[in-house]
Design a protein around this ligand. Structure first.
Ligand SMILES: [Zn+2]
Length: 199
């Protein structure tokens, strides 16, 4: 075929690959651009349904939520303004995630869905450290935390919040673990409902 037709065909196939696909599952809408992510949708939907039921049991409501899946890490950074190294970012009812197949390959797709699902349903006004700690307890990520001291127990809550926000490489992991340690203590003494609903 003439070279210009081959070039057109190539351009068309690139556009076809990049065209986002939107699928809905109840009140959840997922938009993805990389066709490989389609294979992860059953896990996403199953995880979402379980998370919604678990949120309900805590007196929280998973509302209408959109998951926008980036086509690659650079795309994720462009969409969120966050470092390309993090798994997901939630603003209100919209979750932006790395490629589903990339998260699945790292074994963190279900954790990420549950973690961000908690953020979409959490009460307003939770301090950052408590929201992150509770999200990691809710998601199940916290079960893999080391029991070693974090070295951050002397930080004030405001300092811990700043550390979480900074996402400095090598520091953020310990800050998330410290936030989770404090949230776990609070859940043990007060219970989820008292923390979430003030009673
Ligand atoms: Zn979080």
């Amino acid at each position: 075929m003439p070279r210009w037709i081959a070039a057109l065909a190539l351009a068309a196939s690139v556009i076809a690959q990049a065209a986002p696909v939107t699928v809905t599952h109840g009140t959840l809408t997922v938009t993805y651009a990389d066709g490989r992510d389609r294979a992860q949708l059953p896990l996403v939907f199953r995880t979402w349904d379980r998370a919604a039921a678990d949120l309900n049991a805590l007196g929280l409501t998973a509302g209408a939520v959109k998951i926008n899946v980036a086509s690659n890490a650079a795309d994720f950074a462009r969409m969120t303004g966050e470092p390309a190294s993090i798994a997901a970012s939630t603003r209100g009812q919209t979750i932006t995630m790395q490629r589903l197949s990339a998260l699945a390959a790292r074994g963190i797709l279900a954790f990420t869905i549950r973690h961000e699902g908690f953020h979409t349903a959490q009460p307003h006004g939770l301090p950052r450290w408590l929201a992150e700690g509770l999200a990691r307890l809710f998601s199940g990520e916290a079960a893999g935390d080391s029991a070693e001291p974090t070295g951050l127990s002397g930080l004030s809550e405001a300092q811990l919040d700043a550390r979480l926000l900074g996402r400095a490489p090598g520091e953020a992991g310990e800050a998330y673990r410290e936030a989770t340690r404090r949230a776990r203590t609070r859940v043990r003494t007060l219970g989820w409902r008292a923390i979430l609903h003030g009673r």
